[in-house]
Design a protein around this ligand. Structure first.
Ligand code: MG
Length: 236
């Protein structure tokens, strides 16, 4: 909290100082935002301090409570989970790439199993080393316990299916009902909405849909949506 107040104070001083020069132009608005380098440092602290995991737990808790309430009713119940930064964490590659997105190229590992330098996302995902996001894994287990179906709907491309299945199992997700990956060139939100529409057409009542991006959650075909935090990247 103290850091947030200090950062706010810096921004106010910076913006007031610049105000006579720039007035309310777009450049002024941009300069009033945090410095990119400072923001990356804050994000790293946020992840590595455990606050990110606490915020995810707080976001998933109402989903778990809602599921517990809904499973008292009969029906062909299902939940939908996104994968990256919802069910599995890519923090090692996010950090190694300094919050950039480098799809191609190798991801060589150091002795500790973490990326030794800049790391290609496709190679990283192919190595199936992501760890579970614990509150989502717990929600998954509760759904399985209640005999609700679980579907993963992910924007990962189809050619990463085997690696994704291996990673989900390694991370503790087992016996899911379906894994829907992206094959076409449609937007993420259109693809995901279509996937849920097909599940609904099969008679599933999708009681909840959990994702870290708004594009995971818009488009309907879920009784409730739950957004978990992801301050690291944005998928339109
Ligand atoms: Mg995601």
């Amino acid at each position: 909290m103290k850091k947030s107040i200090a950062l706010l104070a810096v921004l106010i001083i910076r913006c007031i100082g610049l105000a006579p020069v720039f007035a309310q132009t777009e450049d002024f608005q941009l300069l009033c935002k945090p410095n990119l380098g400072e923001y990356k440092i804050e994000l790293t602290r946020y992840e590595e301090s455990g606050r990110y995991q606490q915020d995810i737990a707080a976001a998933v808790a109402p989903a778990a409570a809602y599921l517990a309430q809904r499973v008292r009713q009969s029906g062909k119940l299902a939940i939908v989970l996104d994968i990256d930064e919802t069910s599995l964490s890519n923090w090692p590659v996010i950090k190694a790439d300094d919050f950039g997105f480098i799809p191609q190229g190798p991801c060589d590992l150091a002795a500790d199993g973490l990326p030794a330098g800049a790391c290609g996302w496709i190679d990283w995902i192919s190595q199936a080393r992501d760890k579970a996001i614990a509150p989502t894994l717990e929600l998954y287990r509760e759904a399985r316990h209640y005999k609700a179906a679980v579907f993963f709907v992910s924007g990962r491309p189809e050619f990463l299916r085997q690696a994704t299945q291996r990673n989900l199992r390694n991370a503790g997700y087992e016996n899911w009902n379906g894994l829907v990956l992206k094959t076409g060139k449609e937007s993420v939100s259109a693809f995901k909405t279509s996937a849920r529409r097909k599940l609904a057409a099969q008679g599933y009542d999708i009681v909840l849909n959990v994702g870290d991006q708004d594009s995971d959650l818009v488009g309907g075909y879920a009784d409730r949506t739950f957004k978990i935090p992801n301050p690291f990247y944005y998928i339109p």
